[in-house]
Design a protein around this ligand. Sequence first.
Ligand SMILES: C[S@@+](CC[C@H](N)C(=O)[O-])C[C@H]1O[C@@H](n2cnc3c(N)ncnc32)[C@H](O)[C@@H]1O
Length: 302
Amino acid sequence: MIDLESVQSHLPTFRPGTVWLVGAGPGDPALLTLAALHALQNADVVVYDALVSEGVLALVPGRTSREYVGKRGGKPSARQSDITARLMELARSGLRVVRLKGGDPFVFGRGAEEAADLARAGMPFHVVSGITAGIGGLAAAGIPLTSRLTNHGVIFLTGHVTTRDAAPVDWRRLAGTGLPLVIYMALGALRDIVAQFLAAGMAPETPAAAISNATLPDQRVLLSRLERLLPDVEAAHLAPPVIIALGANVALRAALGAGDDPGFRQVRCGPTGLVPAGTDADGAARHGHGFNIPILRDAELP
Ligand SMILES: C[S@@+](CC[C@H](N)C(=O)[O-])C[C@H]1O[C@@H](n2cnc3c(N)ncnc32)[C@H](O)[C@@H]1O
């Protein structure tokens, strides 16, 4: 059996004068990787964003200094160039610097820009991947990201695609893939996103979910359909961060029995009876779960 100490002995050495870009995962500290924990425990300074949870920060030793560079009280976040300059300044003074980012540093988190700046400056750095909200958040809400019954792929999208400075989006092409979409940072542009997908031909009854504070104690899961998503989200007053899931895989949630589990803190809005009723006790036994799993047939899926 491999013990934790021997795993740690295989982790890279955190050398003074280097920067580690570390993914903090979606919030639940149990979802940190061993490498991330190792980085936090060996850092001299941790430079962190708004999305890093209290539970993860609690794992930073008391002797380690912390610098917050996220948004504060409605003010804009620190400029990217200032953050990178600060990381370099700290590392050049001989410190082990952790740049701690929510989720995965390379998924909609500007980690690529920071890494490129560090590389350009010849600053040694190392990347520790984290569980991204679009994967860990959906799992925590009981929504399988893929299933042979519903989808052979998935598209990760940022809601910022609707801002003026972003490249134009081919909504028809996105909708036409039939693949589920997982949309980050979608709250501000949700009206536009829904309108674009409906105009692009996506079925109004496409199952939709909005997951607020995924993996955290105050997680909320709102189930809806594309056509009702905006009013449902507005009525539920979901607190950010929120991740949106759109597609047939969202309806599989009911098949996992997640709808009956109070641990999922479900908020059900609008008509969502998308998964055929009927349960299969044998199936439940086969899968080793404590709840019945409805049988899904391809033809019955939305
Ligand atoms: C700037 S992006 C950072 C994404 C991050 N790098 C990741 O891999 O998850 C921020 C967006 O991620 C999503 N997000 C991050 N953490 C979340 C959580 N715990 N619950 C729901 N959404 C989350 C939200 O859509 C939020 O607006």
